[in-house]
Design a protein around this ligand. Structure first.
Ligand code: CP
Length: 331
């Protein structure tokens, strides 16, 4: 794998290779010494031109656990704020020694542009571009779901897929790169996906996505979801009024205590106890109530932890394609 740009064009065998490699990385992360020599001498640049907590820190942890040198770059305090272009910025970073550029950018398509431009030789990993794609988030979500499915079936997660699972993705689909990346990846892995959102928060052309669409969250909750993925309402991307008020949004689209109670009572298609997922950061009291946010059924922190293993796998695969697997790397 040369770059990781989106899940829509990620071949299934590569997605499974990332998930299986992430299982090996997860085993490393359970050790007392969470370190492999796989990327010794390589430099990973985290180029984050849009805010992030989870993705930036977990890419940093992932690169360090693989023994890479890590350079963290943010727009604030850099020459980007003086107007330096993306081309000049990445060429500067490569002159300093970058082997991989992990890019978060406000513009949809920025990662693809960087990979196709010929500006740099580095591997490019998309850490979220505008409303377009967030492939490592979808991979860590799939990894989390796969582990729960495997545990329920009493089998090993490695080599398995998400066949039979039903995932409901709820809320601000329009602005969500997480939803876009998950729809393509989860369905490729065999899951059934339903999008539950108000019409104003669904993109034009959603009918062509491989997912069912409903305007009723309550209806979706009746359909035996194994996981309900609550999306953050992305107020920073909303120029207009997409719903009448925050209270109205919560009433119709929020995982309220009452809806959460109903979810707890029903088994999913595969999981006896359905999960609540959230990519973070959560807007408590808007799309998710605190009872659901703080519940053991909420996998938000498990997703964050799994993100380190998945990002270790991605960095390993884009930078070290011909080297031994982590299993063989072990001292
Ligand atoms: N899920 C996610 O991308 O979170 P951050 O914006 O904090 O990285």
């Amino acid at each position: 794998m040369r770059h990781l740009l989106s899940t829509a064009d990620l071949p299934l065998h590569e997605a499974l290779a990332i998930l299986d490699t992430a299982e090996q990385m997860a085993a490393v992360n359970e050790r007392e010494v969470k370190k492999l020599p796989a990327l010794r001498g390589r430099t990973v640049v985290n180029l984050f031109l849009e805010d992030s907590t989870r993705t930036r820190i977990s890419f940093e942890a992932a690169a360090k656990r693989l023994s890479a040198d890590v350079i963290n770059f943010s727009a604030k305090g850099s020459s980007v704020s003086k107007g330096e272009s993306l081309k000049d910025t990445v060429q500067t970073l490569e002159a300093i020694g970058a082997d991989a550029i992990v890019l978060r950018h406000w513009s949809s398509g920025a990662a693809r542009q960087l990979a196709d431009s010929g500006w740099v030789r580095s591997a490019v990993v998309n850490a979220g571009d505008g409303t377009h794609a967030h492939p490592t988030q979808a991979l860590l979500d799939a990894f989390t779901l796969r582990r729960h499915r495997a545990r329920a079936a009493g089998v090993d997660s490695t080599g398995t897929d998400l066949a039979g699972m039903h995932v409901v993705i709820v809320g601000d689909i329009l602005h969500s790169r997480v939803a876009r990346s998950n729809v393509w990846l989860l369905t490729a892995l065999g899951a059934r996906v339903t999008l539950a959102a108000p019409p104003t928060l669904l993109p034009v052309g959603v009918d062509a996505w491989p997912a069912a669409v409903t305007y009723s969250l309550d209806e979706a909750l009746e359909d035996a979801p194994d996981a309900v993925m609550m999306l953050r309402v992305q107020a920073e991307r909303m120029g207009g009024a997409y719903f009448p008020s925050a209270g109205e949004y919560t009433r119709l689209w929020g995982l309220t205590p009452e809806r959460f109670g109903r979810l707890l009572e029903r088994p999913g298609d595969v999981l006896a106890e359905p999960l609540v997922m959230h990519p973070g950061p959560m807007n408590r009291g808007l799309e998710i109530c605190s009872a659901a946010a703080d519940s053991p059924r909420n996998t938000a922190l498990e997703q964050v932890a799994n993100g380190v293993s998945v990002r270790m796998a991605v960095l390993h695969l884009v930078l070290n394609q011909d080297t031994p697997t982590p299993q063989e790397d072990r001292p």
